[in-house]
Design a protein around this ligand. Structure first.
Ligand SMILES: [Zn+2]
Length: 418
């Protein structure tokens, strides 16, 4: 019974924290809605500033509703017996074994996916449309969805099969083996993603010869960076938001620009944005993140290995386990439902680490390219993404993976005048 209490307390505390932070954020934005912050006054119009405030508020309001709904779903699955019901139903239908456990896990993601569908739809065709960012058609929305489901099944089912087999057959230390599988699986995905997965959703064409390409190749040489090519992605078929990213590992690294970014920024600005991304590589951020995530998954699996053998874990969350039979599927389902409740409290640590990396990458860009070009690029991107320039400081400290706009620009400015 005590774990029921811990679970409910953790849930209440995480929901209260989310609501508190969101309400602070909303109040802060509303308070600063009528004036562009002084340091942006010459660059951002009041119309854009209003738009950013309204866009952020609209997304926050939907988010609050989704939090409430997700709590209801979580309680429904656990304490109210939803998971037990599905377990009994699939057990009657299929008998014990790995197929039943897979059926249980697939049904859970199916149910949560169906509940999420109207929200994804509303985000795309309600909110993004209203603020002029949507470029997606309903057909593309469903095509993406079905591709995503097929891909999830093609990749997820074999992985689940291996994990469930290890859980039932590999003895007490199954979780160590599972960890090795998980690491190998992620390495495989890193390799598959740029060459096989991303092209399922977007077209990639090599950056054409010209002044932009020359400029970028100069930068790559200056930074002593080898890549397998520069690509432009047709991001505009879904959204007006612009971006740039790296994918792949080792020598197979690719640099990808959204076409929306190329349209919006001038060559100097594109170079500065790329220099920032290169900074993440050169300062070993990508490697550190990867090692961190593998270390974290080791701990999480160790916890699962331990907790899945405890009857109280199931009983206190509304499940009657058969401790002599197959509990792997149940354990996995319950664990993945409950873990985020507690994992939420690690968010600020993760955000803090990420913001530190952003400052370092900005410093790299200032050194190898130009701080002032990065500033003008960022201001354009804030505008294009209708990102708020006036976040609540506490909200930002908790969630933001990037420093809030005024601090980030000030940091860059201090390097530009050097
Ligand atoms: Zn960055």
């Amino acid at each position: 019974m005590t774990f029921t209490l811990i679970f409910l307390l953790g849930l209440a505390l995480s929901v209260a924290t989310r609501y508190y932070l969101a309400s602070r954020h909303m109040r802060h934005i509303a308070l600063h809605r009528d004036q562009v912050p002084a340091e942006f006054a010459s660059k951002v119009t009041i119309t854009d500033h209003h738009k950013a405030a309204d866009y952020t508020m609209t997304k926050l309001r939907l988010g609050l509703f989704e939090i409430a709904l997700s709590v209801a779903i979580l309680i429904g699955f656990t304490l109210l017996g939803g998971l037990q019901l599905m377990h009994d139903f699939t057990l009657d239908l299929m008998g014990p074994g790995i197929p039943q456990q897979i059926a249980l896990l697939v049904s859970i993601s199916l149910i949560t996916g169906i509940i999420d569908l109207p929200f994804s739809w509303h985000r795309q065709f309600g909110i993004e449309e209203k603020f002029g960012f949507n470029r997606m058609t309903p057909t593309l929305f469903f095509v993406d969805m079905f591709k995503g489901i097929l891909l999830g099944l093609a990749i997820g089912l074999p992985l689940l099969w291996v994990v469930l087999t290890l859980m039932t057959e590999a003895g007490q230390y199954w979780w160590v083996w599972t960890w090795f599988v998980w690491v190998a699986f992620n390495a495989l995905l890193l390799w598959l993603f740029p060459t096989f997965i991303a092209p399922l959703f977007n077209k990639f064409k090599p950056l054409e010869d010209g002044p932009l390409k020359d400029r970028i190749e100069d930068l790559l040489k200056r930074c002593d960076f080898t890549s397998q090519g520069l690509f432009i992605m047709d991001g505009s078929k879904r959204s007006a938001h612009g971006n740039a990213y790296f994918t792949g590992m080792g020598k197979a690294k690719r640099i990808v620009f959204f076409d929306t970014l190329i349209e919006r920024l001038n060559p100097q600005e594109i170079e500065a944005v790329l220099a920032h991304e290169l900074g993440h590589f050169k300062r070993q951020h990508i490697r550190k993140r990867l090692i961190q995530s593998f270390a974290l998954s080791f701990l999480v699996l160790a916890l699962l290995g331990w907790i899945s053998t405890k009857a109280w874990f199931y009983l206190s969350l509304g499940i009657t386990p058969d401790m002599n039979g197959y509990n792997a599927g149940l354990a996995l389902a319950l664990f993945s439902l409950v873990l985020p409740v507690f994992g939420f409290f690690l968010t600020p640590i993760n955000s803090m680490g990420s913001r530190k990396h952003e400052y370092e990458a900005d410093a790299f860009a200032a050194e190898k390219s130009s701080a002032s070009d990065l500033i003008t690029a960022l201001v354009k991107l804030y505008q294009d993404n209708a990102a708020t320039l006036t976040p609540d400081p506490l909200y930002s400290k908790f969630y933001d993976s990037h420093p809030p706009a005024p601090l980030r620009i000030a940091h860059l400015q201090s390097m530009a005048v050097r």
